[in-house]
Design a protein around this ligand. Structure first.
Ligand code: PEP
Ligand code: CO
Length: 448
């Protein structure tokens, strides 16, 4: 434990500026729920968290690559086996494509098993002339637009914990029973998009990988695969600090505090500032910390925050997830990289090409254009190359379902198609086929 965190406690954040956390009416009930949460088993372990930190440091050296993805907002009603399995499947399939292209292991990090709390730019909205609180994610209030459902309810934290544990339990079983094993291709079969060119190429890649694996295994007389496909971690925005605090634990035989609700908590753009309760909370935990950086983030403030979060300047501790948009990335990314380099700060760079490229259609639907996402990624790759910094990974909002939320891709979703299967509660996600295609394009761009 460093000297700076000596006086830190899991609830130190309460003394700082607090944004995006609801005011609960019944604080006694809130405390009761927090106490209950604190008594329950953790969802992750400190070994896993430390392992991820090491892998993030390796990603920094360009030895592994990070693929982070999942819903903008997970919802309790979608804690269903087929939905979870398809989400895992698309992440693993993208991982196979990327590892083939990049010739390195891909570390998969889901926005999963806890991505239930959302920051909002407006506190209220008007529904049928009535002013009601906005929806802040299932961990906080209900999606139904009524005054009653929008009232923040502490009990939702307990529900969120249980849904997260059910999700994780299923993921762990799938991963440990060979769901992600490259030898068991039948598990990774592509369910739809059967005729598309992408599927054909994907199959060819998988066959080639299996062939080379067989060759290696036969020649080494071992069934150990050198290509570890099974790295899987979880992440979510550590927004609802009463929940995060209750799952922050000390563990035997290790120093410090761990957030054991997830492996990689991140601080969102709206809560990233010097005096923020969220920064205060995050500075005291041993987990790696993601920080979302937007065009509005001041570089000088960013470097101060990085120092607060990582006073010992360790590699693998702070992950800068820049989400700048296809236009602003040109000036802002070099500015951020230079600021970080000038202060000799060790950070792991990840690109989120989704959140800077959100638009509203004439009908008021939020969408993103596939080509805008590619454009930002292309620029990001070039800029990191120019500055000799490592782009260690990518961050997508995606789903394994056949939704129509983002425009474009080779399946040709148009603005008119959006209403066909638009099921996200908040931001638009790449669908299954768009995600696969994204992986191919990315593998190509990163390896050339
Ligand atoms: C998100 O990742 O869903 C999100 C709200 O991101 P940001 O904080 O970057 O806007
Ligand atoms: Co989002």
């Amino acid at each position: 434990m460093s000297i700076v965190t000596l006086h830190w406690k899991p609830d130190s954040w309460c003394s700082k500026k607090i944004s995006q956390i609801p005011r609960y009416r019944d604080t006694v009930y809130l405390k009761k729920i927090q106490n209950k949460l604190s008594s329950l088993p953790p969802l992750t372990t400190s070994w896993e968290v430390e392992n991820l930190k090491q892998l993030l440091a390796l990603a920094n050296e360009g030895k592994v690559f990070i693929l982070q993805g999942g819903d903008c907002a997970e919802v309790f009603s979608e804690c269903r086996p087929e939905i979870i399995a398809r989400k895992l499947k698309i992440l693993f399939q993208m991982g196979i494509i990327l590892s083939w292209g990049l010739k390195k292991p891909i570390i998969k990090i889901g926005r999963i098993a806890g991505q239930y709390a959302k920051p909002r730019s407006k506190e209220f909205e008007l529904v049928n002339g009535q002013k009601i609180l906005t929806y802040r994610g299932d961990l906080i209030n209900g999606h139904l637009p009524t005054q009653e459902s929008r009232e923040p309810d502490p009990e939702r934290m307990l529900k969120g914990y249980f849904y997260a544990s059910l999700t994780l339990n299923f993921i762990r079983s799938l991963v440990s029973s060979g769901f992600s094993d490259i030898h068991h291709l039948e598990y990774l079969n592509l369910e739809f998009a059967k005729n598309s060119e992408i599927v054909k190429i994907y199959r060819e890649i998988v066959e080639k990988i299996v062939e080379s694996l067989k060759f290696v295994e036969n020649s080494l007389l071992t069934t150990e695969t050198t290509l570890k496909q099974s790295y899987f971690f979880t992440s979510h925005e550590a927004l609802l600090l009463p929940y995060e605090e209750a799952l922050t634990r000390k563990v035997p035989r290790r120093e410090g505090w761990y957030n054991l609700s997830t492996h990689l908590p991140w601080i969102g753009v709206r809560t990233l500032y010097i005096d923020s309760g969220h920064v205060e909370y995050a500075r005291g935990i041993e987990n790696p910390i993601g920080i979302k950086v937007s065009p509005d983030t001041e570089s000088s403030e960013l470097t101060e925050i990085i120092k607060i979060l990582n006073p010992d300047n360790k590699t693998g501790k702070v992950v800068v997830i820049h989400r700048l948009g296809k236009e602003k990335v040109d000036n802002k990314l070099p500015e951020i990289i230079e600021a970080v380099k000038n202060k000799n700060l060790n950070v792991t760079w990840i690109s989120d090409p989704m959140h800077g490229n959100t638009k509203k259609t004439a009908n008021g639907l939020k969408t993103r254009n596939f080509s805008d996402i590619i454009q930002e990624l292309t620029k990001v790759i070039a800029i990191h190359k120019y500055f000799k910094t490592t782009l260690a990974g990518v961050h997508f909002e995606l789903t394994g379902e056949e939704v129509t939320e983002c425009i474009g891709g080779s399946s040709g979703i148009t603005e008119d198609d959006l209403c066909k299967q638009y099921t996200t509660y908040l931001d638009p996600r790449l669908n299954y086929e768009q995600s696969l295609e994204m992986a191919f394009i990315l593998a190509n761009k990163l390896s050339s």
